[in-house]
Design a binder for this molecule. Structure first.
Ligand code: NAD
Length: 491
């Protein structure tokens, strides 16, 4: 199905204490990457409005934190059903603002629903425990809600990335403050409205629009206890430093430059599709996209299949658009620079035609660059578009050395039929998420998502079982109710 672009401009205000409030600190337009059409306007909140919003969140959290988990889960269960009922509408909206295809919009939301289902199972997870540590002496640990927490999200997954943290935090008893990307804010309206419809009390979901000034005001607010961030490495560092300087906990996920190591014995049925879809999915605008193909030995038979698959994609139907015109222009010039540096263009996305009637959109077809030099811009810089750079390597050791030399550390995949080689890559690659014959190795719940090195600042992971420590406080209780006759050092 083709993405439906909204006909009218949507006004995207701030969701404060259960109502939509016009921001009094200016506005910014939202443009569809599909056709350059104005589809919305966000209104920026003033510092006073941010303060009002977070105070209301803190007040609402007091009761929510005391509400039994089963009751909190009921609201989330209603929310899950509403998301599924509105799946197509949300997928159209998020695709029209982010440039995704309709199918990608739907898939991202379904991944969000999966995270929500994980949150619904919280009562079966590690929420506490009690052990008799000495005669008559008991130690217990309990997880407690933090209070108000905030999340700042990027343009490329307007629903999925926020859904990594919304359900789990509401289930754990926190109040959630969300600052969506100013490029893709429209989806936040739908999500906040559905949470209210699901029965979430006012104040527990807050949406504040805008850019750096809104983020700064949120981080600095004394009631905000923890900050989650997902976006570029440059901003992740800024947010991490600001929050931790204030003594707050922060977990900030940054950019990526993901590698695929390809060897001749790779499974031919899995390789062409797996690698092509990894660098072309979401038009390459995802932090788990393959960006560098480390081609070990003669793998031309596989590269042929990757080219065939990528060349079959149709812009506007099976591949989406680039978020802004400036970013599209940057990608075009980056391809030119790689070519000037000696790369050979095996598939040239610059020649791809815009879909009919969408000539004003930001279109670039899949691009495959061969003979790219290790250390060059195309091999080390996060371009964030449908471009894969092939670096030829003599052996796996050379491939791993190149992979290890890049500052990021989100994902690395290996395409091989050798279990031994797969295990070597899992051990030696400098990445938090490893794939074997899987081009986009995103772990599924209950496994957690997270990179290493310059792809993440802070400790722990933001989703899955391992996120519970970050989003809660752990309280330890030691108790004794009877005097014991025998000696006991814990008297
Ligand atoms: P971005 O860093 O430009 O923006 C992310 C968020 O930060 C937005 O909400 C934005 O409004 C806010 N922001 C921008 N400037 C700020 C400032 N000076 N101070 C405080 N906040 C500021 O990222 P983007 O372009 O929206 O998203 C693409 C990037 O996100 C890519 O680098 C991609 O790899 C990364 N990303 C990473 C993951 C991950 O899990 N590691 C997931 C998705 C996207």
């Amino acid at each position: 199905m083709q993405t439906r672009i909204p006909r009218e401009k949507l006004i995207c205000d701030n969701f404060i204490n259960g109502s939509w409030v016009k921001g009094s600190a200016g506005h910014t337009d939202v443009v569809s990457p599909y056709n350059g059409q104005l589809i919305g306007t966000i209104t920026h909140p003033s510092a006073q409005q941010v303060d009002d919003a977070i105070k209301a969140a803190a007040a609402a959290q007091k009761d929510w934190g005391k509400t039994p988990l089963k009751e909190r889960a009921k609201v989330l269960f209603n929310f899950r059903n509403l998301l599924l009922e509105n799946l197509d509408e949300i997928a159209h909206l998020k695709s029209s603002e982010s440039g995704k295809t309709f199918e990608e919009g739907k898939a991202g939301l379904m991944k969000g629903v999966e995270v929500l289902e994980f949150a619904l199972s919280l009562q079966n997870l590690d929420l506490g425990g009690k052990v008799e540590v000495s005669r008559g002496v008991f130690c217990e640990y309990r997880r407690e809600a933090l209070g108000v927490i905030a999340n700042i999200t990027p343009f490329n997954f307007p629903a999925m990335v926020p859904m990594w943290t919304i359900p789990i935090n509401l289930a754990l008893g926190n109040a959630y403050v969300w600052k969506p990307s100013e490029k893709t804010p429209l989806t936040s309206m739908k999500i906040a409205d559905l949470l209210k419809k699901a029965g979430l009390p006012d104040g527990l979901m807050t949406v504040l629009q805008g850019g750096a000034p809104t983020v700064d005001a949120i981080i600095d607010h004394p009631s905000v206890k923890a900050i989650g961030f997902v976006g570029s490495t440059k901003i992740a560092k800024i947010v991490y430093q600001r929050a931790t300087n204030l003594g707050k906990r922060a977990l900030c996920l940054g950019g990526a430059k993901n590698h695929i190591i390809l060897v001749p014995d790779a499974n031919p049925d899995l390789t062409g599709i797996g690698i092509s879809d990894s660098f072309t999915g979401c038009a390459g605008q995802r932090c788990m996209a393959a960006s560098v193909l480390l081609a070990v030995g003669n793998v031309d038979h596989h590269i042929e299949k990757i080219i065939q698959r990528a060349a079959s994609l149709k812009l506007g139907e099976t591949m989406g658009a680039i978020i802004t015109k400036a970013q599209k222009d940057f990608l075009v010039t980056a391809i030119g620079r790689a070519e000037a540096g000696g790369a050979k263009v095996l598939l040239d996305g610059r020649k791809a035609k815009a879909p009919a009637g969408m000539e004003e959109g930001n279109w670039l077809g899949p691009t495959i660059l061969d003979m790219v030099k290790a250390g060059s811009e195309a091999a080390t810089y996060e371009l964030f578009g449908p471009i894969i750079s092939i670096v030829r390597c003599n052996d796996v050791s050379e491939a791993l050395k190149i992979e290890n030399s890049v500052e990021y550390g989100n994902a690395c995949s290996v395409f091989t039929s050798s279990g031994g080689l797969a295990e070597r890559v899992a051990k030696e690659a400098a990445a938090g998420m490893i794939g074997v014959h899987v081009g986009v190795p995103v772990p599924r719940e209950p496994f957690s998502f997270g990179g290493i090195n310059a792809s993440k600042f802070g400790s722990g992971d933001i989703t899955g079982h391992h996120c519970l420590d970050f989003w809660t406080d752990m309280k330890k209780i030691t108790s004794k109710w009877e005097k014991q006759n025998d000696s006991n050092w814990m008297s």
